[in-house]
Design a protein around this ligand. Structure first.
Ligand SMILES: C[S@@+](CC[C@H](N)C(=O)[O-])C[C@H]1O[C@@H](n2cnc3c(N)ncnc32)[C@H](O)[C@@H]1O
Ligand code: SF4
Length: 323
């Protein structure tokens, strides 16, 4: 545990060094990615208010709606060479509901020796949850299971965000998880729209069922429809992870539903360095770290500035500015 923490600290230092030296390194990342994200499904059974997945423009942007086990094997062949791993964590969802991929459990099996994180609407057949519980009993490798709840009873659940969702189904699945080891890694998530009473009742519900909560700001720009525009201009998100869509494209960010930031394809990579530091990937990283607003999708996002988001460094820079 201690060793893992030290390694993570060192990795963060290398990441910041890579960012600061970006113009010299031409966008190369010396650190390892914190996680590799794969979009296991690009379709969904719900119609949530702000999500791009149910819309035609999103559906037209993906040829293959589900990633296949052989694609995941291909990714692993680049990540793990001679027993040496370049990353130990996989996030197995992006846009779309992962359980709709009929191969989802087989994919988890392939990744059973890695840490797994994913988000689900939990509006799925209870047999899927039985299989997930059995999977976690066997491997204990799910480190975070995020349940997109957004409600505390039937009315609140159906009216707030999760259009088309069934409260009975989600409660039934939550009660199953509640009785198992999976509960310890599960977080019930609320997309926070600022309604304090809603938030308090949601937290009370989670407490009653002994679950941790995760309160995430409801992002109006999630739909990427041009309604929100941010002027901050640097983003270092692409130094943190590798994002792979259901067509196996490598993208610079997971919040890019239309794949404007598509750089390469997994099937064109022969090595780890091509997957993490391929020419097109480095070029885009450098561009994003100079001015993310060059890209339409990024103008609607706040961006992630890993240098000024450091509290200590921010305070120092502030002092220097004031001096
Ligand atoms: C697009 S969903 C896909 C996974 C799964 N279908 C689900 O809903 O959890 C991925 C994550 O984005 C979150 N999300 C959906 N709409 C959002 C919004 N408008 N603002 C911020 N996060 C949002 C979901 O709650 C979920 O945690
Ligand atoms: S359940 Fe998830 S993927 Fe489906 S529409 Fe809602 S936010 Fe989007």
């Amino acid at each position: 545990m201690l060793l893992r923490r030290i390694k993570a600290r060192l990795n963060t230092l290398l990441m910041k060094l890579s960012i600061i030296c970006a113009p010299i390194l031409r966008g190369k990342a010396f650190n390892r990615p914190i996680a590799i994200l794969i979009e296991t499904s690009a379709v969904c059974n719900l119609h949530c208010r702000g999500c791009p997945v149910p819309h035609r423009y999103f559906q037209k942007s993906r040829k293959s709606k589900f990633i296949k086990p052989k694609d995941v094997q291909k990714i692993l062949s680049l990540v793990e060479i001679d027993g040496k791993r370049h990353c130990d964590t996989f996030v197995v969802n992006n846009f779309g509901e992962p359980f709709l991929n009929l191969d989802f459990l087989s994919i988890l099996d392939i990744l059973s020796s890695y840490f797994i994180i994913f988000s689900t609407n939990l509006n799925v057949r209870s047999e899927h949850i039985d299989s997930l519980i059995a999977y976690h009993e066997k491997y204990r490798n799910i480190s975070e299971l995020i349940v997109s709840m957004d409600g505390y009873d039937q009315g609140s659940y159906e009216n707030f965000y999760r259009i088309g969702g069934s409260w009975d189904k989600i409660i039934n699945n939550i009660q199953k998880i509640e009785r198992t080891a999976l509960r310890e890694v599960t977080q019930l998530q609320l997309l926070d729209n600022g309604d304090q009473e809603f938030r308090e009742r949601f937290i009370a519900f989670a407490k009653e069922h002994r679950f941790a909560t995760r309160i995430k700001p409801l992002d109006a720009s999630f739909k990427k429809d041009g309604t929100a525009l941010y002027t901050t201009n640097k983003c270092h998100f692409s130094y943190q992870g590798i994002y792979i869509d259901s067509d196996c494209n490598i993208v610079s960010c997971c919040a890019d539903p239309m794949m404007e930031l598509k750089n390469a394809n997994v099937y064109n990579c022969q090595s780890w360095s091509e997957l993490w530091n391929g020419e097109a990937i480095k070029k885009r990283r450098l561009a994003l770290s100079k001015n993310k607003n060059l890209f339409d999708v990024c103008r609607q996002c706040q961006g992630l500035n890993l240098i000024t988001s450091n509290k200590w460094l921010t305070a120092k820079l502030q002092k220097m500015r004031e001096a």
